[in-house]
Design a protein around this ligand. Structure first.
Ligand code: TXA
Ligand code: MG
Length: 331
């Protein structure tokens, strides 16, 4: 059931969560599919609804840094405690997920058996009100079918998950449109496991040069739980084949090809007659591109094309996350 975000609906949503049901809610990145993060059977419903492999761990969403002690044993004695504190001061609430040592009370289903747990404070008033009304950590992956495109509007969640969710709270289109950055603070050197809403440049301003950006691990075995953030090489993919503008030969495009541009047309010689085009930003602003990318891919995916062609961008700022998702969506 899709509902508006009234105080009454948030109260009802919190009740549903307490009784072990799933509730989808907006965050600043994408919509999350929420369940009681300390209830293994509720968490099991997330994996069933998404068709998600059980070796892919979930993010716990909390209301503020103090609540991290409910899900993690991280303490001032830990090597990276001070760093965690500085990152949190800078980026929470916001699209940064920290991987930290797990507390025993977090069910192993949440962490896919790992001794670490991923946690973040979302920067969305509806998400924060829901966490407060529920009164505990919410486990929430992106509210799409496993391997599909993440939902940036409530209607996307209804399309993908419909009946499997007790309630979908509509908070309008999400602000970032791309998932959080996942930063591992559990090993010796802080390392980015998934690029996302907080760029590596922003992280480096706090972490310094010690930051490791782990290589695109498309070669990881699909069942390696530790390195799972979108690391199954096929991820974020529409049903229609998708290719990058730089890898297609214009003369051999299938007849029904669509083109998603990042900035307005350059009047290129020999441009084909695309059956559908969309420009994501009038001035090539990559934040705007990120915000509109997933909903546009979904829209193109519904329009009976043979091929979706998408622009590429530089690997700076949010561009790293955009190219990471596009490389995983390529068919
Ligand atoms: O922006 C986001 O992060 C959204 C919103 C809803 O918060 N959530 C999201 O969740 O993208 P999901 O499940 O689609 O992606 C979370 C990623 C997964 O790929 C998972 O492998 C990784 O975080 N992850 C979770 N726990 C981990 C852990 N203990 N160690 C390493 N990676 C972990
Ligand atoms: Mg996801």
């Amino acid at each position: 059931m899709l509902v508006e975000s009234s105080p009454e609906n948030i109260r009802r949503a919190a009740e549903l969560l307490r009784s072990g049901e799933l509730v989808a809610f907006p965050t600043e990145t994408v919509y999350g599919l929420g369940a009681n993060g300390l209830d293994r059977s509720a968490v099991g419903k997330i994996f069933a609804a998404k068709g998600r492999p059980s070796n892919n761990p979930l993010i716990l969403h909390i209301g503020n840094f103090e609540q991290i002690s409910e899900v993690s044993t991280i303490s001032p004695e830990d090597k990276h405690f001070d760093l965690a504190k500085r990152l949190v001061d800078e980026f929470w609430p916001g699209p940064l997920t920290l991987v930290v040592p797990k507390h025993d009370r977090v069910p192993s289903e949440v962490t896919a058996g790992l001794d670490t747990v991923a946690v973040r404070v979302p920067d969305n008033p509806i998400a924060l009100e829901l966490i407060k009304a529920f009164g505990g950590p919410l486990a929430a992956p992106s509210a799409n079918l496993s391997s599909g495109v993440s939902p940036t509007e409530a209607s996307h969640v209804a399309e993908d998950l419909g009946q499997a969710v007790a309630m979908i709270i509509d908070g309008g289109p999400t602000r970032f449109g791309i998932e959080s950055t996942v930063l591992d603070l559990s090993s010796k050197t802080p390392s980015v496991l998934r690029p996302g809403g907080i760029s590596k440049e922003e992280l480096q301003s706090v972490v310094g040069d010690a930051l490791i950006i782990s290589a695109c691990a498309q070669t990881e075995p699909a069942n390696a739980p530790k390195l799972s953030p979108g690391r199954l090489s096929k991820h974020y993919a529409p049903r229609t084949p998708l290719k990058l503008r730089t890898e297609v030969e214009i003369s051999t495009l299938p007849p029904r090809s669509g083109y998603i541009r990042f900035s307005p047309e350059q009047n290129e010689v020999g441009e084909p007659k695309w059956v559908r085009t969309k420009t994501l930003s009038e001035n090539g602003d990559l934040r705007e591109v990120a915000t509109r990318l997933f909903s546009t891919i979904r829209e193109f995916d519904r329009s009976g094309l043979d091929l979706i062609v998408v622009d590429t961008c530089s690997l700076s700022g949010i561009g790293t996350a955009i190219m990471d998702r596009l490389n995983r969506a390529r068919g």
